[in-house]
Design a protein around this ligand. Structure first.
Ligand SMILES: *[C@@H]1O[C@H](CO)[C@@H](O)[C@H](O)[C@H]1NC(C)=O
Ligand SMILES: *[C@@H]1O[C@H](CO)[C@@H](O)[C@H](O)[C@H]1NC(C)=O
Ligand SMILES: *[C@@H]1O[C@H](CO)[C@@H](O)[C@H](O)[C@H]1NC(C)=O
Ligand SMILES: *[C@@H]1O[C@H](CO)[C@@H](O)[C@H](O)[C@H]1NC(C)=O
Length: 648
């Protein structure tokens, strides 16, 4: 008897043994470490940031929640806390002994102060864009939250709010941003300091020695995989996400509206909810869904969309179990978000011709397989940073309308930060939804909404100038001079200011010459703010170039990319062609509250050629493309109708 049991055991462990074993990786280097090395880091308390733990990869499994096993040879790449890559070498001053400092100007003097630089290069104004709706900024923000994390903002707002106080002078993490006496806004206030903290890095978290080049650390997965929604931690998703029934995410129905579940305690991230009326705060795997309103809105919509997809799949495939429904719905949800991002939003902003030429868009609707495991699922430090340019198209006044398009009221978006509760009262979410596709966004020009420049994120951060902080971060991330990027993108050299004629808007070039002494001093963001748009695009040339470079990497590095025919659980051609029908307007018709009429191109302002009309006219995914013949044969054997479907 006993030997037989042992035999069965050893057989079992042959089959399953590897499945459950843990692999340990160094998050920065991407190399395996031994269990002893891992235990050493437990003692140092550096495992959270500095290591990745994963189980053995199975090449046929779905895209993992934590991003592991996307690259089968380098299985921790794609996980949280793995590094960005740099398009150009880091640029810091200082040395190993005194630590790396932000770079100095060519002459050795400090670079010009950030706040006066911002106020002169980027005036404050609120100008309605003539092309795009408010949905553009909301979608961009949501997609940014998919690959970046918000801990640096939480750091200076919640953990280290004292950086402008005497205590802050002693804290190495604190940065005090000087406000000059002749500041256009603060000349009349006492405020002479804006507080911010240094970015968290592999060095600050103890993963790398302090004599190495500072590298920012990020807690989201670097692929576009809706990790803002599903999170990056399978345990959190199991607890706060999955319902484990019918493939659904947990939800609450209130007056017929679906919401992510509400937190039970009152110690929440929604600290700006106004009690007693405002009580809602999402209990989702990612706190980011309660942070800024754009992220929150799309978080709610994609949460609902998951459940909509799962229900449609369950209708066509009654034999599918929870797991199959869940992972298929997630895969379709991600594919829809990518189809909208790459094939609708980005072509409107960056130009279809440009993106086709760059190889970002597939020239035909069928499969495309350009996977190349030589590239890791990773974002460039420059991409992560340059997206901050979009702060200048953020219109802060969110208008609200009824379903007939009558204006009701408006609310500054900065009043809705950390305040999910507002959306759930007085039908505010319905009215904001209507506003998002009716209202113009902020103009794509060299100016910034006054609220973004003087209030920042919320009433908890008044006196925060986001674009000034973008300049500060530019320097702390150690990004090289603007002209080096321009050279990288254009293949030309820029030695003197006049070489920038034809690249920088003429009147801004005059200001740049006033502010900077040498052409190599110009900060990357200062260049992006003042640059002329790329041909056929609304975006500055260098931003266009940095984004295209990353878009290609998203596509070639992702083994689970939705257009691939050779990935685990790949779409059939018929299914992919259904995904191609996805549009932002269809999404709102499916899951936006009371959206029964909308313009066909929701990112573009309604008007001639894009009139608001019935949702019935907007193409819709037909989930019968997912019909599983094995369900049909097992459930409906002998049913004459089933035979038709089988021979379909
Ligand atoms: C260990 O590290 C975590 C994450 O960085 C931190 O939150 C926690 O406070 C640390 N614990 C100790 C005892 O230092
Ligand atoms: C690097 O310096 C920071 C701040 O002084 C400190 O907290 C951290 O522990 C240091 N890291 C290492 C690896 O010495
Ligand atoms: C949380 O709720 C408890 C009980 O309802 C209450 O006593 C407490 O003051 C609340 N805390 C906050 C921060 O609102
Ligand atoms: C937005 O917040 C500011 C500052 O807290 C407040 O003065 C203003 O009344 C709020 N606006 C609305 C429409 O509630």
């Amino acid at each position: 008897m006993i030997p037989k049991i042992l035999y069965v055991f050893s057989l079992l462990s042959l089959v399953f043994g590897n499945e459950n074993s843990c692999l340990y990786y160094d998050s920065y280097h991407g190399e395996p470490i031994t269990e002893e090395e891992y235990q050493q880091r437990v003692v140092e308390n550096t495992t959270f940031w500095c290591t990745n733990v994963l189980s053995t990869c199975n090449p046929d499994e779905w895209r993992r929640i934590d991003g592991s096993c996307n690259n089968l040879c380098h299985p921790n790449r794609g996980m949280p806390h793995t590094p960005t890559l740099r398009l150009l070498p880091a640029s810091f001053s200082g040395n190993v002994e005194e630590g790396f400092q932000i770079r100095d100007s060519k002459s050795g003097d400090p670079l010009p102060d950030e706040r006066p630089l911002r106020t002169s290069l980027l005036p404050e104004a609120r100008v309605p864009d003539q092309v795009f709706t408010q949905l553009v900024a909301h979608y961009l923000l949501f997609s940014v939250s998919d690959t970046l994390s918000i801990h640096d903002s939480i750091n200076f707002v919640r953990w280290k709010p004292y950086c402008c106080l005497p205590q802050g002078k002693k804290d190495r993490d604190c940065v005090q941003v000087k406000i000059p006496n002749d500041d256009p806004v603060h000349r009349f206030s006492h405020l002479r300091c804006m507080k911010i903290t240094r970015p968290l890095s592999y060095q600050s978290e103890g993963c790398l020695q302090n004599d190495t080049v500072p590298e920012r650390i990020i807690s989201a997965t670097p692929s576009l995989d809706l990790s803002g929604l599903y999170g990056a931690d399978p345990a959190k998703l199991a607890k706060k996400g999955r319902l484990f029934k019918n493939g659904l995410l947990q939800y609450e129905l209130i007056n017929g509206k679906m919401w992510p579940p509400n937190v039970k305690s009152n110690d929440t991230l929604c600290i700006l909810n106004e009690p007693p009326a405002e009580t809602r705060c999402h209990a989702t795997p990612e706190d980011a869904l309660n942070s800024l309103p754009g992220i929150n809105l799309f978080g709610i919509w994609f949460w609902r969309l998951h459940n909509y997809i799962a229900s449609e799949l369950a209708k066509v495939n009654p034999c599918w179990n929870d797991d199959k429904l869940f992972y298929t719905a997630r895969d379709i949800n991600i594919a829809i978000s990518l189809q909208i991002y790459f094939y609708e939003l980005m072509p409107s902003l960056m130009g279809v011709t440009n993106l086709l030429r760059a190889g970002v868009l597939s020239p035909h609707p069928g499969f495309r397989d350009v996977y190349n495991p030589q590239h890791f699922p990773q974002i460039s430090a420059e991409f992560a940073y340059a997206l901050r340019w979009f702060h200048i198209i953020q219109e802060n006044e969110q208008k609200m309308y009824d379903t007939k398009g009558n204006y009701l009221k408006s609310m500054p978006l900065t009043n809705l930060t950390l305040r999910t509760g507002y959306l759930a009262i007085d039908n505010n979410l319905d009215h904001i939804t209507q506003g998002a596709f009716r209202q113009p966004g902020g103009r794509f020009e060299s100016s910034v909404d006054p609220d973004i420049a003087e209030i920042g994120l919320s009433r908890a951060t008044e006196g925060t100038d986001i674009p000034t902080f973008d300049l500060v971060k530019n320097r702390y991330f150690g990004l090289g001079p603007y002209v080096k990027y321009l050279a990288l993108c254009s293949g030309r050299k820029f030695k003197k200011f006049d070489d920038l004629v034809g690249y920088i808007k003429p009147e801004r070039l005059d200001i740049i010459k006033d502010k900077y002494k040498n052409v190599e001093d110009i900060d990357l963001m200062a260049g992006l703010w003042t640059e002329l748009p790329a041909e056929g695009s609304f975006l500055p040339k260098t931003l266009q170039c940095i984004m295209e470079e990353q878009f290609i990497r998203f596509i070639v590095s992702d083994r689970h990319w939705f257009e691939r025919p050779n990935r685990p659980h790949a779409f059939t051609l018929k299914q992919l062609l259904e995904i191609r029908k996805s549009t932002i307007s269809r999404l709102l018709c499916d899951v936006g509250d009371k959206v029964t009429e909308i313009q066909p191109y929701g990112f573009i302002r309604p008007g001639p050629g894009n009139k608001i009309s019935s949702c019935d006219r907007i193409p819709k995914i037909d989930f019968r493309a997912w019909k599983d013949r094995s369900c049909v044969s097992s459930n409906y054997a002998g049913n004459p109708y089933a035979r038709d479907e089988l021979s379909e």
